[in-house]
Design a protein. Sequence first.
Length: 139
Amino acid sequence: MRRYYEFAIAIALIGVVSLFLLASLDSVRSDMEEALVQSEAASMRLELAEAVVHRVASSGGLPQSDNPVDWVASKPANYRGALDAPPEERSVWYFDRHAGELVYRFHDGHGARFRLGRGDGSDGRLVISGISLQRLDKR
């Protein structure tokens, strides 16, 4: 009989530890997804800068599109295109045509929004020839 109590206590402890572990894993997943979004945005910023410098040096015109993905050579692997409504999928990039924003929809449903900025850099952001990729405040 004593062994049954010991077994029940061991199972209960394993269950409690498993709950804490799962909560931690979800937190780590969110942090890793945020890091991947920041990394992808940084990569796009560098490609934007390269495209602008190349076009300015060759006296070419800049694209008129507000979609930063149209400006870069390599699109994010999970980019779904320019859409009028958010996709049902999670963990994907898309361009919101109505808002004029590049959006990453996280696994938990919230989004990171970016806008192609055209300005002089007076706000302290990296701007080359008036072009930047700005992350918008969370809504």
